[in-house]
Design a protein around this ligand. Sequence first.
Ligand SMILES: CC(C)=CCC/C(C)=C/CC/C(C)=C/CC/C(C)=C/CC/C(C)=C/CC/C(C)=C/CC/C(C)=C/COP(=O)(O)OP(=O)(O)O
Ligand SMILES: O=P(O)(O)OC[C@@H](O)CO
Ligand SMILES: [Mg+2]
Length: 227
Amino acid sequence: MGVFYMLKECRHVFKLDPAKDITDEALAKICESETDAIIVGGTDGITEDNVLNLMARVRRFSVPVALEVTSTEAVVPGFDHYFIPAVFNTKDIRWQHGLMLQALAEYSHLIDYSEMSLLPYIIMNEECKAFEKSDAERVTHEMVPHYINMLDKLYQTSYIYIEYSGTYGDPEVMRMVRDNAAHSHVIYGGGIGGRDEAREMAQYADTIVVGNVIYDSTKKALRTIIK
Ligand SMILES: CC(C)=CCC/C(C)=C/CC/C(C)=C/CC/C(C)=C/CC/C(C)=C/CC/C(C)=C/CC/C(C)=C/COP(=O)(O)OP(=O)(O)O
Ligand SMILES: O=P(O)(O)OC[C@@H](O)CO
Ligand SMILES: [Mg+2]
């Protein structure tokens, strides 16, 4: 499955966390919904077993499913695509490309680049686990256009992921992102819990990602699919 189908064609994606429990009934509703794709990923407690288990359960449905790789110990074959996160608002180069390079060297015999894409992150929510884990630094409003121009115009990355994981983002920030991103496909994730929030962020982002609300209420999660 091509990279373009996986995200560039997606307006709405559900992100499922292998470390969290979900019933068969709820999973069926999520996978049979009108979402465009499922991404399996999370920061803590990700193991080969829970990734394999979730992939097998999602595979019963026809929705495309990708793995966001956050640990080399939990990469399993069989996904449609693999996203490799890289945090750009960190001073610790390991989280931008250090660990990635190490993994590429160690597993070079297993790597098929046609099924992998870089997912450049700007992590905005200072309270989220990914911010802490990657030793990220605060991005002020003034710096937002500069980050976007760096990724969009200099690196010309395929994607830019604006991550507010766990909290709803600032529409003003997203407006700046949209106004400055000419080339990169913009992904927004964080705190979307209903239709209005999904609509608002979908004005600024090419793809919206919905995660945590799935584990609060399937009904609410399904309302975030706006077509
Ligand atoms: C079979 C097959 C395909 C084999 C391939 C072989 C192989 C092992 C390839 C490895 C490929 C590779 C290059 C891997 C690199 C892995 C790596 C260590 C990358 C670094 C990851 C990283 C930057 C982590 C920092 C945290 C982060 C940005 C996570 C991204 C996901 C995210 C933002 C989650 C949001 O947090 P969440 O957990 O949802 O928070 P809550 O719990 O609060 O909701
Ligand atoms: O879990 P939420 O807050 O919906 O965020 C979605 C996604 O961006 C997490 O990586
Ligand atoms: Mg999460």
